[in-house]
Design a protein. Structure first.
Length: 84
């Protein structure tokens, strides 16, 4: 599996999870909240979840950056050594 495919898979998984959470929020609040307020309430709840998960997300992004730096270095080092 190529690293680009891995990243695209991770992004697609995150988007699917966000859609699933948004649908669950919409279903849970449909009878309680007026229909014109369901979408803003869903956005508010998603923002609260994002805020709560931001520290975790930041750590995951830091790890992914380190992985990509090593991946790029592993791919570039043979080319640099070949030039010497």
């Amino acid at each position: 599996m190529d690293i680009t495919e891995l990243i695209l898979g991770i992004i697609e998984m995150m988007i699917n999870m966000a859609k699933m959470i948004a649908e669950a929020i919409s279903d849970a609040t449909a009878g309680i909240v007026p229909p014109d307020a369901v979408a803003p309430l869903g956005v508010l709840i998603l923002l609260v979840i994002l805020k709560a998960g931001f520290d975790f997300t930041k750590k995951v992004m830091d790890i992914l950056i380190i992985i990509f730096v090593f991946y790029v270095l592993i791919r570039v080092i043979p080319t640099i050594l070949g030039m010497l």
